[in-house]
Design a protein around this ligand. Sequence first.
Ligand SMILES: Cc1ncc(COP(=O)(O)O)c(C=O)c1O
Length: 447
Amino acid sequence: MTDTVNELERYLQTTPKSKDLWEEAKRYLPGGDSRNSIFWAPYPIFVDSAQGCHVIDSDGTDRLDFIGTMTSLILGHGPKSVVDAVGNQMGQGVVYNAPNPHQIRLAKLLCERIPSFDLVRFTNSGTEATLNTIRAARAATGKSKIAKVEGGYHGSHDQVSVSVRVNPAKAGERSHPDALAATEGLGEGTLSQVVVVPFNETEIARQTLEENKDQLAAVIIEPMLGSVGMLPATTEFLSMLRDFTTDNGIVLIFDEVISYRASYGGAQEYYGITPDMTSLGKIIGGGFSIGAFGGRKDIMDLYDPTAQGGPRVAHAGTFNANPVTMLAGSVTLDELTPEVYRKLAEMTDYLKAEILKVGAELEIPVQVTGLGSLFGIHFTSDELVGYRDIAAEDAAFRHQVFLGLMNEGILMASNLVGAVSTEIGKGEVDTFAAALRRVLERALAPA
Ligand SMILES: Cc1ncc(COP(=O)(O)O)c(C=O)c1O
């Protein structure tokens, strides 16, 4: 099932302008872009415009967008409410050297929705948000180490660039993963600060945490492994983490940069488990760069510049809480009522069912994971428990399917994770299922 050649040929034939742009880009940008997470072989498409659930590339090909900029665009591209509000705000200034009222509104909306938020602060990215949750946890506990799960992605700062998409053959035992650098260039000692535990293996993870409890400031976890495969945690695993951290004076951080699509109050509401701190990003910026971190008042108060002696934790950022992003975010959240969340989840359930139906009819093993409007496609009948199960999937076949879907006019993330926006209806889902069927039929056809 790895006849990638035909899909590749078709991709090359239909994307010549993207190829030319990529060649030109490489003269000035290493690898031709500024974001490695959206590179795929042989080269990515370059996009000229997007509207609703459609993305038009430089060769004029129109594709249905089933990823929405790595899950960020929950209302699709260019929703009128956001475009109008932002256009109006641009005429009144883009960023000021003083606070603006729009951030109060977005902060209020988030504090009302996210169970763990007593107080919140804004950043420009999810990376800065997770950095701050960890720094705050260290300041609050006076301890330094953090624990994370293997396969968990929390952005690109040093402390979380550990054991993300590791090669299992080099990562030690499944039950006791080694802390491995996800990049070169980490500061000396970074790895020694991170305890890595397997996702969803409750008792084994608890034992490792127990051995390190006196040094741990925080446990950080995506309630659902997001960009790595949309694999939800079990309630049992998250409950163990909640109890363990409470019992040992450790800060529990939920990284909900992606999983805030799980429900109106995030995955923490979905599971009924409230962490001490939470990081957010993506959808809450209405398409503009954003991150947010918030949680328990006693921890967030460490940032208060009016405290006696000044803030205990420093926090700056020229574009933090700029009025354009704050307005775009609050207009987006206004549209995201519980009813809209419910409809998005229903449409995604329909999509999942259609994908399973295609797999069953063609007798290809397939599983579709995800919560709310998020989904991940996995071509295996093996049980998916944690990162190692995802890493064991057939990468060549997955790439063939990804390129095939591109050829059929469907844009997903290259590892076959996706997100449904309010612009996607039954018609688009049926188009997706028909496209997937053709791709899989080609894959099954004798070479
Ligand atoms: C769970 C999670 N945390 C943090 C981040 C980092 O966010 P950003 O790319 O905005 O820095 C991401 C990005 O994909 C993410 O998926």
